[in-house]
Every structure is written in C-alpha cells, then in structure tokens.
Design a protein around this ligand. Structure first.
Ligand code: OAD
Length: 233
C-alpha cells in the first residue's frame, strides 16, 4: 500500500473529552450553528462568537491526545519506512494529532490555537482568549478572529486534498458523520480514482454505504486494531 489518505472528524477526539457536533448532547445539538459559526453571526454579535470559541480553546488546552491519535502516528512512521506515505486530513480544529506526534496535518476547517487578523489576514499562534483589545502581532492594527472555517466559508487546503485523493490507494474516514461537504464527498472522489475505502466510526455514518470496509466502535479501540491489521497485512 503506497498512499493512504485519512480523514478525521470530531469522533477521534471524543474520548479526549472534546465534544462532537451531531451526537446526542453534541455542540450543534445544544447550540444553533447559525448563531455561532457563520461570518454573519460574528458581524452581529462578535462577543458571543468569541466566547464560544474561547470556551472551546480552554477545553482543548486541558485535553490530551488518545490512543487513536497515537495509532495514526505509528501508521505514518511505518508506511514511510516501507516507502509509502500517509496524508492526514482533519476537519478538527484541535491540535491533538500534532500533540500525539503527527508531523503534517491538513486542517481543512482551521485551527483553534491560531488567530486571524481582520485587517491584514495574517494567521498567528494564539492560546489565550481573544478580546476586543487584542491586536494583530504582525500588523499591530487589526482585531482578531478565531482561525476557523465558518459555514459559508471555503475550507482550507482543498487543492492539496484533491490531489491526495486522486493519488490514494486507500481512503479511510475516522470519527466523522459524513454530513458536511466537501469532506462528506471525499469517499466518492477517492472511489472514482480507484482507491479502496474504509470507515472507522462509533456507528454507521450517513455515508457508511459508500465504504467497502467498515469497523464500528470507539476510536481508541477500532483505530489501533485497524492500524495493526493494516500494517500486518
Ligand atoms: P459530527 O459530530 O458530525 O460526527 C461525529 C461522528 O463521530 C459521529 O458519526 C459519531 O458517531 C462519531 N463518534 C462519536 N464518538 C466517537 C468515538 N468515541 N469513536 C469514534 N467515533 C465516534 O462531527 P464531524 O463529522 O467532525 O465544522 O463534523 C464535521 C464538521 O461539522 C466539523 O468539522 C464542524 C461541524 O460543523 C465546522 O465547524 C466548519
């Protein structure tokens, strides 16, 4: 197996204590995303939107990567040792893949521990709450917003992701409900280009029927087991 493309979603970080979106009790089950995760919501009530992301950022700083994040680090290293490669694409704005040791992560929905300048658009590392008096570390002028992709905005890194999907031998989706595009369309794109496909999720996702192979259960159990089997096979 030469090129494995992995797409992760909120489910891989659930056992690290970070909430998912659409599960019972999930973020979008409790809050309306249109009031918190759109450019219009930010223009209308920036304090409300910043407070939501400030709380998620604090939660993230208290969390730690789990066995599923660690198993993907192992997969990356062992594929590289055998002349293959892993492209890791995540919809997650957390940094748990990086803290587990993943070297290169495509954050298509942005990163919670970065802030973007509203004036010059520079992206800077940011671990504190974002307040109205904060200024951009690059231009010194602008106010800041979280470096996350909101509904109605373009996901990041799509050219690199589409190129990886076109080249993939195996596409694996982990911990994602398959309900948000364009990520929900990656399995069909990978299949069109001839890749095998596999879903690892707590339960069958909205797009489960599109995957040839499926393993259901908590990520900390199914991901290490699947990595072990894939490297052995
Ligand atoms: P969702 O909340 O939509 O889906 C999470 C998936 O993870 C569900 O299918 C759960 O069954 C599964 N899951 C829950 N706990 C799990 C566990 N312990 N192990 C394995 N799987 C588990 O989250 P995403 O699919 O990531 O975008 O959501 C996609 C996007 O929608 C997010 O990136 C976010 C959101 O709106 C933006 O904010 C732009």
């Amino acid at each position: 197996m030469k090129h494995v493309v992995v797409l992760t979603g909120a489910g891989i970080s659930a056992e690290s204590g970070l909430g998912t979106f659409r599960d019972k009790g999930g973020l979008w089950a409790r809050y309306d995303p249109m009031t918190l995760a759109t450019p219009e919501a930010f223009a209308r009530d920036p304090a409300l939107v910043q407070a939501f992301y400030d709380a998620r950022r604090r939660n993230l700083l208290d969390a730690a990567p789990n066995a599923a994040h660690a198993a993907l680090v192992r997969l990356d290293k062992e594929l590289a040792d055998r002349g293959g490669r892993l492209t890791l694409v995540t919809q997650n704005v957390d940094d748990l893949h990086e803290r587990a040791g993943s070297r290169s992560v495509l954050h298509m929905h942005g990163e919670l521990l970065k802030a973007r300048c509203l004036a010059c658009r520079a992206v800077s590392p940011w671990r504190a709450d974002i307040t109205p008096v904060d200024r951009c570390p690059v231009c010194g002028v602008g106010g800041l917003r979280p470096h996350v992709v909101w509904f109605g905005e373009m996901p990041l890194g799509m050219d690199a992701i589409e190129a990886a999907l076109a080249d993939a031998d195996l596409f694996v989706a982990i911990g994602t409900s398959g309900s948000v595009y364009p990520a929900a369309g990656f399995v069909a794109a990978a299949r069109r280009h001839g890749a095998r496909t596999c879903e690892l999720n707590l339960e069958p996702s909205d797009t489960a029927g599109l995957f040839e192979e499926r393993h259901h259960g908590p990520a900390t159990a199914v991901v290490p087991t699947w990595v072990e089997a894939t490297l052995a096979g």
